[in-house]
Design a protein around this ligand. Structure first.
Ligand code: G3P
Length: 224
């Protein structure tokens, strides 16, 4: 089943979107947690409460060696939550991913900027890959193209790894990666709200209300 994530640690926004969308969980990184001013100990129970269920939470390691990352991942796995360990797909990170894979720790390889880098992370055993769509665009390359090519390679070689594209600045980028057949996506809250905030929608709804009230006043549909 498709997995929709929010790329935020803002509890109010998680509760807001969980009320109106099938939110599978959230993705975080050190910058997101720092910006929200919330540590994991406080965040995890609040996310569960905001989602109204045990959602999946992607948490990035901050250790700076492969061994430190693996130790950190093992501690994260001891927590009573559905945690996927995020590891930047650097040389050290790839070494950590290999070790985590050997220990059956679920991993998302993050900070993916190229097809080649992402494919190697998948071969090392990552369960998810997070290509940074808008950041790739911002350096003059093609974020959607990276996602589409990665999906092609994963399919062609039968690598059991899900794409979870991240870093979006507009809804067109979202549409294009969905068309590439990704299994999951993580959205910043601004882009998530833009998905259902087309400027024509509210005027159309207002017109229904005006027409109805002119003919039937404040009665409800079943009372008319
Ligand atoms: O999860 C990675 C993502 O947060 C990067 O997004 O908007 O900082 O480019 P952004």
């Amino acid at each position: 089943m498709f997995e929709l994530y929010l790329d935020t640690a803002d509890i109010g926004q998680i509760a807001r979107f969980s009320a109106c969308l099938p939110v599978h969980g959230i993705t975080t990184n050190p910058s997101i947690l720092a910006k929200a001013g919330i540590g994991l100990t406080e965040l995890l129970p609040k996310v569960t409460e905001a989602l109204g269920k045990q959602g999946r939470i992607h948490v990035q390691v901050v250790g700076e060696s492969a061994d430190a990352m693996v130790k950190e991942a093992l501690r994260l796995q001891e927590l009573p939550y559905d945690i996927i360990v995020k590891v930047p797909a650097t040389e050290i990170g790839l070494a950590a991913i290999k070790q985590m894979n050997a220990r059956d720790i679920p991993v998302l390889a993050t900070a993916i900027y190229s097809v080649q880098q992402g494919f190697l992370a998948a071969l090392c055993g990552a369960d998810y890959l997070a290509p940074y769509v808008n950041r790739i665009d911002a350096i003059g390359a093609n974020g959607v193209g990276v996602v589409a090519d990665l999906q092609l390679l994963l399919d062609r070689h039968g690598v059991p790894c899900k794409l979870l594209p991240a870093s979006f600045k507009n809804t067109q980028q979202v549409l294009e990666v969905l068309k590439a057949g990704v299994a999951s996506i993580t959205l910043p809250v601004e882009v998530a709200s833009e998905l259902f905030a087309h400027p024509s929608v509210q005027p159309a709804v207002n017109r229904f209300t005006e027409d109805w009230q002119e003919a039937f006043g404040r009665t409800l549909s079943f009372e008319s």
